[in-house]
Design a protein around this ligand. Structure first.
Ligand code: SF4
Ligand code: SF4
Length: 491
């Protein structure tokens, strides 16, 4: 509805008409909206932000439960430590998350973008700060246009200081996953952190400040790849925020109690004013729509004021809209929708692509569990002494090796070293102590010497394959082995 049309109505029957306020720079000043979906968003975003900040403070057995220690190449997840060799597990995990997201997208469209994406959550937090510092969308638009004054400077300074503080906290929160979180906040806020720690925290703080404070929906529109390819996961049963054009058109303003031949859309423009990406959902499905549901809440509010059925804009599917999608239907049929709820076609069939994503998700989960269960908790590397191939000591021949052994568990372990010879006539003996104690996560280099008596059995051999093994003394089944060679003097 345009302003002049609106002004022809008595004020009691007028609904608020607000254009998307924008500054000369084109910045969108989103109108604040309340309703069911905005409540869900508020709770989901709050939960996401709380989990992000609190997770690094959870301790397990006296240390940070989740710690991605890049310098030590160890990723701690409660009682699991992942090493570089175990990164396939992380790969399965990320792929499972991706297929899980694809699966959800087939049914619920971009529900991730609207309710759980960190970009959306942080943007909402920054917009909330902005509203506290500068007022509602009218005040913010007016402030944009106002000449420089003490009040404008004070409001802008307050906003930017609060944004900077939030961004800095976010930088600390993020880096808290990579280094001990408890000390990090103190070190940063007392300017006593190490140089590189400070650089990374301020870098992520700057990224947050720019993304959530300035770029906002531009990230979704121009940088996020998911917004570009999510449409391929949609089908006619995917639920997305949609405008029921058959019911809403032809749109037009009217008094609240006035009977009219028009469709249900009273052209109040609220759905556009509350849209964080500044689009008009009445123009159909658009990739800019992040499915936040703000327009659904706004339109339902208008429908309630006019005594119409809710959900002129709703989370629904193309199939559910089909029976009324004949936008060119006779006017008499269209106006019927003032009182009748739209019919829908529930479709229970599992779409082929959902089946594909679900299967891929299941496979990734199984691979992850199998990999996790079969990963070795000991790392063994056998390196032969490169200086001397063998030593003759009387009637014996000796070979020396370096064993690189890493304890990949989170407890100190006593290990036993042993040899499997593949030649029955050869009696190899380990002449070094075969017991070692290794601290959690520690790698030691342990020199060992093997000895064998020369005999008729060995005289024909120049080398034989042997196998070193190392086993946990308490759990002998926790064992790894690696092959090497034992060399003899050539005859
Ligand atoms: S069109 Fe509606 S659901 Fe989509 S981004 Fe805008 S307000 Fe959110
Ligand atoms: S779709 Fe709903 S919110 Fe949007 S202009 Fe029409 S009545 Fe208003």
């Amino acid at each position: 509805m345009s302003a002049p049309e609106s002004s022809r109505l008595p004020s009691s029957q007028r609904i608020p008409i607000v254009n998307v306020s924008s500054s000369p720079s084109g910045k969108i000043h989103v109108r604040e909206q309340y309703g069911v979906f905005q409540r869900i968003r508020k709770y989901s975003n709050t939960l996401l932000i709380a989990v992000f900040f609190l997770l690094p403070f959870i301790t397990y057995q006296g240390r940070q439960a989740i710690l991605l220690d890049v310098t030590q190449q160890q990723f701690f997840f409660f009682n699991i430590t992942l090493w570089p060799q175990d990164f396939t597990i992380l790969a399965w995990m990320f792929m499972a998350a991706a297929f899980g997201l694809f699966f959800v997208t087939v049914y619920w469209g971009r529900v991730w973008c609207g309710f759980l994406c960190p970009q959306t959550a942080w943007t909402a937090m920054f917009m909330w700060i902005e509203a506290k510092a500068e007022g509602n969308h009218h005040h913010r638009a007016a402030l944009d246009k106002a000449p420089l004054s003490a009040s404008k400077i004070r409001k802008r300074m307050t906003k930017h200081c609060l944004w900077a503080l939030t961004a800095l906290m976010t930088g600390c929160g993020f880096m808290g996953y990579f280094m001990p979180a408890k000390d990090l906040y103190i070190d940063i806020f007392t300017f006593s952190s190490g140089f590189w720690t400070g650089v990374w925290v301020w870098f992520f703080a700057l990224c947050t400040y720019i993304n959530a404070g300035w770029m906002r929906e531009m990230m979704c529109l121009h940088c996020c790849p998911y917004s570009r390819f999510q449409a391929v996961m949609f089908d006619s049963n995917t639920k997305t925020v949609s405008y029921d054009a058959a019911r809403g058109e032809s749109r037009g303003p009217r008094k609240r109690s006035q009977s009219t031949d028009l469709g249900d859309c009273v052209d109040c423009h609220l759905c556009v004013d509350v849209c964080p990406t500044g689009i008009d959902i009445r123009n159909g499905l658009q990739y800019e729509c992040i499915n936040c549901g703000a327009c659904v809440d706004a339109c339902n509010q208008t429908m309630e004021k006019f005594g119409y059925q809710p959900n002129l804009i709703s989370f629904t599917s193309e199939n559910a809209l089909k029976p009324t999608s004949a936008i060119l239907a006779p006017q008499s049929q269209i106006t019927q929708s003032h009182t009748d709820q739209q019919p829908s076609i529930p479709t229970k069939k599992l779409p082929l692509k959902a089946l594909g994503y679900a299967s891929a998700l299941l496979i990734m989960c199984v691979l992850m569990v199998v990999d996790l269960a079969n990963r070795s908790l000991i790392q063994l590397n056998v390196i032969r002494d490169r200086q001397t191939l063998y030593r003759e000591v009387g009637e014996f021949v000796e070979n020396s090796y370096q064993l690189k052994i890493r304890n990949k568990t989170q407890q100190p372990v006593n290990y036993i070293i042993g040899i499997d010879s593949r030649h029955p006539g050869c009696d190899l003996t380990l002449i070094t102590d075969n017991k070692v104690h290794i601290q959690p996560g520690e790698q030691i280099e342990y020199p060992v010497t093997l000895r064998c008596k020369q005999s008729e059995n060995t005289s024909a051999m120049s080398k034989q394959t042997i196998s070193f093994y190392i086993a946990d003394q308490a759990t002998p089944s926790n064992k790894v082995s690696q092959d090497s060679n034992f060399f003899w003097p050539s005859n």
